[in-house]
Design a protein around this ligand. Structure first.
Ligand SMILES: [Ca+2]
Length: 356
């Protein structure tokens, strides 16, 4: 029988082991508005072993509520995950009538036109803010809310259930601090300061930024540093080996940003972003500036707001979870890959010479 030398076995197992964080589990609720970036973030959070997703709520943003709930239930089925409760929020913002372009909203139906199968799973009988409250009030440890859509559901939670003592914090994708917003450049709205999530429901932003919950905000200032590139698409196509990676590669769109994905990954890996700490105020009322945020001298709580991100570290952490540990395909691409190959070649060569 051919005997495999021990050091070769050690080498193989060393290369095969996924690198995983040793942090304790983070209990979270994920609030999404159903775009590709939302599902990228959600998939990451569902699959990261250091995160425990207790519930998923849908806010009306890119998605209409029914589409968002249906797509999320299909995703849970596709990933063969347990029954995590899913609940939809209101179709309209707390105030105003700002909305994403209709064509964008049509595009999310039927899981972005993919063939993701329909599901027998059903939504929670509770609405989004009541499901949040139910989870938070019965959790044995403090719950973090990851909100990557308009803040309508979170604001409703705070309006109806003001006690925030069992909320660990909010991890939010939204806003633009010192960079141009993305509403005016992609729609007919005459507003150059707002980012889309914060533009849809400025009143909700005001309620959240005025609360006493610890805030981590990931605005365009940081997500501009993590663009969705052709290079990443090619890499994903080359290495994908899981249902999650396969689905994400179908949905992935280049020349945008990893908006919500960055908020998700930086929850687990805070060093990926660079935070500043400020009192922040939400701009409301004026159509030209509503949805904007600004630094102010005083407030209820100092927020952490990300101003930069490390693209390489983000992509590695995101891919590690999405693709079950495999972020490189060729042996030559492994760190130390050439050295490993040389070791194996030396061993085989030595055996060959000894036999002769
Ligand atoms: Ca989103």
């Amino acid at each position: 029988m051919y005997r495999v030398p021990i050091f070769v076995l050690v080498l193989i197992f060393t290369l095969a082991l996924p690198v995983q964080s040793q942090a304790s589990t983070i209990p979270i609720i994920v609030d999404i508005d159903g775009d590709v970036s939302d599902f990228g973030a959600l998939i990451y959070l569902l699959l990261d072993p250091t995160v425990d997703v207790l519930g998923i709520t849908i806010s009306a943003g890119i998605t209409r509520i029914d589409d968002g709930v249906d797509n999320t239930l299909r995703l849970l089925d596709y990933l063969d995950l347990p029954d995590i409760p899913v609940a939809g929020g209101p179709e309209d913002p707390l105030e105003g009538s700002n909305a994403f372009p209709a064509a964008w909203r049509e595009g999310v139906a039927n899981f972005f036109g993919t063939d993701l199968p329909a599901t027998q799973r059903t939504a929670s009988s509770l609405n989004a803010s009541e499901l949040m409250h139910d989870i938070i009030s019965t959790s044995s440890s403090k719950v973090t809310i990851v909100a990557v859509g308009p803040l309508t559901n979170v604001a409703e939670l705070l309006l109806h259930h003001p006690s925030t003592s069992n909320i660990a914090g909010l991890q939010i994708m939204g806003g633009a601090l010192r960079v141009e917003g993305n509403v005016g450049i992609s729609s007919d709205y005459d507003n150059t300061v707002a980012e889309w999530n914060f533009f849809i429901d400025p009143k909700a932003n005001d309620i959240v930024l005025s609360s006493d919950i610890p805030l981590n905000i990931i605005p365009l200032d940081a997500t501009n540093d993590v663009p969705t590139t052709e290079q990443f698409a090619n890499k994903l196509d080359r290495i994908k080996q899981t249902p999650a990676a396969e689905l994400y590669s179908q949905l992935y769109v280049t020349e945008l940003s990893f908006w919500d994905e960055l908020a998700a990954v930086s929850l687990v890996h805070p060093d990926i972003v660079e935070y500043e700490s400020h009192y922040l105020a939400a701009l409301t009322g004026d159509p030209a500036t509503e949805g904007g945020i600004e630094i102010v001298d005083s407030g209820t709580i100092v927020a952490n707001i990300a101003v930069a991100a490390d693209a390489d570290a983000f992509e590695e952490a995101f891919l590690t979870v999405l693709n079950d540990g495999v972020t490189q395909r060729s042996l030559l691409e492994f760190p130390g890959g050439l050295a490993s190959l040389a070791l194996v070649a030396t061993y085989i060569g030595t055996r060959y010479i000894r036999r002769r």
